[in-house]
Design a protein around this ligand. Structure first.
Ligand SMILES: Cc1ncc(COP(=O)(O)O)c(C=O)c1O
Length: 512
């Protein structure tokens, strides 16, 4: 085991420093927990567990604990499901109280008090203050259910079949959503042609000087442009899975105009970047646009409970009763959790804190990138969805792997997994954020620092093998190769404090 104590001082951009904080990160040997059952019996399609191969047991705030008691800072947040933190005490209490009172748990779209309370809060806390006039529908528990339903509505309403989606888009894994998705490997999983979609270049895809909204306008307006009139244009304001590609306010406004001009519905897929991820509840608020349909899922379920919803312009309420149906279109536990989560938005401080934290992370990542001038690293993202993209795509995965060994769960995204993607809970504590960022730097040093040395170690580990109910403990000897970093390569962080970030107009201005 190689433990490093790292002294961390926060340094603001105006040079103020705060009390040093000491944190420890550790490179551990391979896990001793037995994953044989998963590896032998769970189908090969399992995915995230391959990158983070331990058996997790508990979670609180932004900290995951595995069955050996090892803690990990969570910069993955259930792929955007845990915006309000793991087992957020307020949300958990609401759910537990509801269960203790024998509240309805089934998932049909019956009228229930839980659903009433959620809808009431959605309108009063989120939609009405923003002057948003929408109907709501609950299409099923996952994000892809929302996207599929949006497609149905767009096609029914317009009588058109074609839908425009973008390069690097990700909208889910069912047939219709997959047709919208760009990723080759994911598309191949369909095993049949994916149709009804025209692909257009996302902003910046053709280079900075190419106006892709103008290109679309031209092609759609040309009787020989070769693109069937679209029922809808569907877009993510930040392509989270696609590599943290950020659409500008101007481009989103132009896109909304193109959609309107050509009779297409404008659909925003806010499944990953809504619910506060960018600093405001909806990711497009700054753009001042009014999408025809908004898809929400992931963190709308409050504490990771499955739920999705669509917000529809009133005239789009075209599905006949039961025309889109399902057993889990009213997850009452999720309604209870979601209501408690939305209540957090009543306090204006909540939004301010997200902005302050994102300013800290942005500033920190900028300084990290400066520390590795030869790494070909670039800052990506917006709000609390930030990351680093690497010219050499392999580096991001290596850092993710090194970070996991030190106790940080962080994933990669992009066509070649070239982007390290930071997606911590919005409610992450300062202590957790500091530790996660420190580990990230240590992991970058592991992978990128030329002074890093390789050593070989022999270690005896206990392997616990569950055989039915009998736990057998074996002792075996393994040889591992690990990397160590000199202790004088201590991480001194150049990030502003929360307080400084909150006060720093400069920081908040370039973020929002
Ligand atoms: C933008 C976007 N849309 C849709 C989905 C699909 O959601 P789900 O995995 O819950 O079906 C995702 C999932 O990552 C997403 O990021």
């Amino acid at each position: 085991m190689n433990t490093q104590a790292q002294t961390i001082t926060f340094t603001t951009e105006n040079g103020t420093t705060t009390e040093p904080t000491t944190t420890e990160t550790t490179i551990t040997e391979p896990k001793t927990s037995d994953k044989t059952l998963f590896e032998q019996k769970e189908a090969s399609v399992r995915s995230y567990c391959r990158n983070f191969p331990t058996v997790f047991t508990k979670a609180q705030s932004a900290t995951l604990t595995d069955e050996e008691g090892r803690e990990y800072i969570d910069f993955l947040a259930g792929a955007g499901v845990m915006n309000y933190g793991h087992n957020n005490p307020v949300i958990k209490k609401a759910v537990m109280d509801y269960m203790l009172e024998d509240g309805i748990v089934q998932g049909l779209d019956l009228y229930t008090t839980a659903k009433y309370d959620f809808m009431d809060t959605l309108y009063k806390v989120i939609l009405e203050p923003r002057g948003m006039d929408y109907k709501v529908t609950f299409p099923g528990p996952t994000g892809t259910n929302a996207v599929e339903t949006a497609l149905k509505i767009a096609r029914l309403k317009t009588g058109r079949q074609n839908v425009i989606a973008f390069t690097n888009a990700f909208h889910g894994m069912t047939q219709g959503s997959l047709a919208l998705t760009g990723n080759k490997s994911k598309r191949e999983g369909a095993g049949m042609p994916l149709s009804g979609v025209t692909r257009m270049p996302f902003e910046g895809y053709m280079g900075e000087d190419f106006d892709t909204a103008a290109y679309m306008d031209k092609i759609l307006g040309d009787a020989s442009g070769g693109v069937d009139a679209p029922a809808a244009i569907i877009v993510e304001t930040i392509q989270a899975e696609g590599g943290l590609n950020v659409a500008t306010t101007k481009w989103l406004q132009d896109l909304a105009k193109v959609a309107k001009k050509h009779g297409a519905l404008f659909i925003i897929d806010d499944i990953q970047v809504g619910c506060g991820r960018t600093g405001t509840f909806f990711s497009f608020e700054e753009a001042g646009i009014t999408p025809d349909i908004i898809c929400l899922s992931k963190s709308i379920g409050g504490m990771g409970l499955p739920m999705s919803l669509l917000l529809l312009a009133p005239e789009l309420d075209v599905l006949k009763p039961g025309q889109h149906n399902g057993t889990f279109r009213g997850n009452n536990l999720a309604f209870v959790a979601a209501k408690a989560a939305l209540d957090l938005w009543q306090d204006a401080e909540f939004e301010k804190e997200i902005k302050a934290k994102s300013a800290i992370v942005r500033s920190y990542l900028k300084s990290l990138i400066k520390d590795f001038p030869k790494a070909g690293a670039h800052l990506r993202g917006r709000g609390m969805l930030l990351g680093i993209s690497f010219d050499d795509a392999k580096i991001a995965s290596k850092i993710s792997e090194a970070a996991f060994k030190r106790g940080l769960v962080i994933e990669t995204s992009g066509a070649e997994d070239q982007v390290l993607k930071l997606l911590p809970p919005l409610t992450i504590t300062e202590r957790e954020l500091v530790k996660g960022l420190a580990i990230l730097k240590a992991a970058m040093l592991d992978v990128l620092d030329p002074h890093t040395t390789k050593t070989t170690a022999k270690k005896t580990v206990r392997i616990a093998k569950p055989a039915n109910d009998d736990m057998v403990t074996k002792t075996t000897t393994i040889t591992t190769t690990k990397k160590t970093t000199n202790s004088d390569e201590v991480i001194r962080m150049a990030i502003p404090t929360y307080q400084a970030a909150q006060q720093s107009q400069e920081l908040t201005e370039h973020l929002f």
